[in-house]
Design a protein. Structure first.
Length: 585
């Protein structure tokens, strides 16, 4: 006998009744006991691989999750899926695979769960796209689900030697510093020896990039949206005490299964708003404006870029994290983590407290248990924020009718309006080469087009280019716009997600060198000083989307299927079109 009635669970199709004797023989072949076979089967999905430090600890952490599932009378079945790690893929053709990997992760987790009829899911992820990809799979399947982040990397420390500039020696290092060090090296401000010393110490442990870049942003989202246990995202990856969160997540998923609390009970319009609040107040990655709509899409909820940006607009920015601020993920954890951040948001009435979480309790009930307060250093009191509006702003105008997004965390208000002549590049490589050769002028708006989801294909991040600009001391002296994306580590006045993208005939495809472009993050405007008639004339003369060399394979397939950026760059119709829910098969 098991604690659970399997008569309505998906795994009954592979474990129950005489007709399933062949299936059970496979389970016996793997050393499972009769009791284990007849318990609920829980998928434990990880993105473990040897591609990068963000994923390297996930296999070990999965063992703790499995222990928790077993203790709570479930049978864990571990499997892995892919990741593409942005830090390795950055700045070359590999970055085209990054966003497409989010869809591949969601698809492969879905197919594994469906193929083997697992009843619930605990998903572990470490790098940028693997977090939303795993959460998308949970919501798509609508099974009882718990997400757990693999944890952030420990901060790096530079050697205290004269060869290394003082500003590197006096701050915590992240991979962002290495990308900017490349710019400093190109600018002859950093020696070969100093660059080599820094690259050996910037990333000293397992874990995902340490600033409030995309991985940590989406880890914070996992707690705020309710799919992860409170405070589970903050502890650095090397801390073996993370195992306690793994074990607790295994217990939690069995509690959700027992109570039939499913992923779409957790992911609601209100919980999505909670998640967007946390992104805004922490100065999180602009990529959240892509991933939150994609997660919503899996639940059949229309929650688009503009909805995300509306929340950003009226949320105070009060958590001082890199790249716009000073501190890293470990500092936020030491200060009390996302529970303390959400407690501050609650004081201002900016949190929906009734949303259910992975523990089975509501957000309000979880926050009632938190006795720590804002430390005034990493987490400022919400009454005295760093700035009164969020760290990320949405833009619209004749250059972006479907919207665009810019991170303003760490940018003074007087620097949030920029008008300058366009310098247009047809792809990131051309722009990076020009930046490296200093073939641009102060006051220009650098335009990188044909890098959208379909036109790239793959919607690459522009960190190599933006970091080089910062390293050259030009981060505040030029602006940059693109139909591609920016890394969460990007700083400077950089606008991404311009839609419609160039490949779909958006206005960004019609820009010419010298056109006057205005970016106004205070008014929320992105425009070009051209009349509607002139834009129409240019559109009539437009030769059409630039051909890419990707005429077959996964990236070709992605380019054919991918939709608009403002809707999350998704590749299937979503929950609104579904005719059955997996959990009810």
């Amino acid at each position: 006998m098991t604690k659970f009635d399997k008569s309505k669970l998906p795994s009954r199709y592979v474990t129950e009744g005489p007709a399933r004797a062949p299936h059970r023989s496979y389970y016996y072949a793997m050393g499972m006991t009769e009791e284990e076979i007849h318990q609920p089967l829980v998928g434990v999905a990880t993105c473990w691989n040897e591609a990068a430090p963000c994923n390297i600890a996930l296999a070990r952490q999965a063992q703790a999750v499995k222990g928790g599932v077993k203790e709570a009378h479930g049978t864990p079945r571990e499997f892995t899926t892919i990741t593409v790690t942005d830090g390795i893929a950055m700045g070359h053709e590999g970055m085209r695979s990054s966003l497409a990997s989010r869809e591949a992760i969601a698809d492969t987790v879905e197919l594994t769960m469906r193929g083997h009829c697992y009843d619930a899911l605990v998903g572990l992820a470490g790098c940028d796209k693997s977090l939303p990809g795993m959460m998308m799979a949970m919501v798509r399947l609508n099974v009882p689900s718990v997400f757990i982040y693999g944890g952030s990397i420990l901060p790096g420390k530079a050697p205290q030697v004269d060869e290394i500039p003082e500003d590197f020696r006096t701050r915590d290092l992240t991979v962002q510093d290495m990308f900017e060090a490349v710019g400093r090296h190109q600018n002859k401000e950093l020696s070969d020896k100093a660059l080599e010393m820094l690259e050996r110490v910037a990333c000293p442990s397992a874990g995902a990039c340490g600033g409030q870049f995309t991985a940590n942003t989406m880890a914070c989202v996992s707690e705020a949206i309710g799919l992860a246990l409170m405070n589970s995202s903050g502890m650095p990856a090397p801390y073996e005490s993370r195992d306690q969160y793994g074990e607790a997540s295994g217990h939690a998923v069995m509690n959700l299964l027992d109570r039939n609390i499913r992923a779409r009970d957790v992911v609601t319009p209100e919980s999505l708003e909670n998640a967007a609040r946390v992104v805004a107040c922490t100065g999180g990655s602009t990529n959240a404006g892509l991933h939150l709509p994609a997660i919503a899409h899996e639940a059949g909820i229309e929650f688009y870029l503009e909805d995300v940006c509306d929340i950003f607009r009226d949320t105070p920015y009060f958590v001082d994290l890199k790249p716009g601020g000073q501190f890293v993920a470990k500092d936020l954890f030491d200060a009390g983590g996302i529970p303390v951040v959400m407690k501050e948001l609650r004081k201002a009435g900016l949190i929906h407290e009734d949303c259910v979480t992975a523990s089975g309790n509501s957000i309000g009930e979880e926050l009632d248990r938190i006795d720590r307060e804002a430390d005034g250093r990493v987490i400022h009191p919400i009454e005295t924020p760093i700035t009164k509006t969020g760290g990320v702003v949405g833009l619209k105008g004749n250059l972006a009718p479907e919207g665009a997004i810019v991170k303003v965390a760490g940018i003074a208000a007087e620097n949030q309006v920029f008008t300058g002549p366009a310098r247009v590049f047809e792809c990131e490589e051309d722009a990076f080469a020009a930046v490296k050769a200093r073939e641009y002028e102060e006051g220009e708006v650098i335009v990188i087009r044909n890098e959208g989801p379909a036109g790239g294909p793959g919607m690459r991040e522009m960190l190599a280019t933006t970091a080089a600009l910062s390293g050259q001391g030009m981060g505040k002296k030029v602006a940059l716009i693109t139909d591609g994306r920016f890394s969460g580590a990007t700083r400077g006045f950089c606008v991404g997600h311009v839609g419609p993208e160039a490949a779909h005939g958006g206005a960004i495809a019609l820009l010419r060198n010298g056109d006057s472009v205005t970016i106004d993050a205070i008014k929320g405007e992105l425009s070009v000083d051209l009349s509607g008639d002139e834009l129409e004339r240019r559109k009539a003369d437009w030769p059409g989307a630039r051909e890419t060399t990707y005429s077959s394979g996964a990236l070709w397939k992605y380019a054919q299927l991918v939709g608009a950026t403002y809707k999350g760059a998704v590749t299937h119709p979503g929950a609104k079109a579904e005719r059955h829910v997996y959990m009810d098969i």
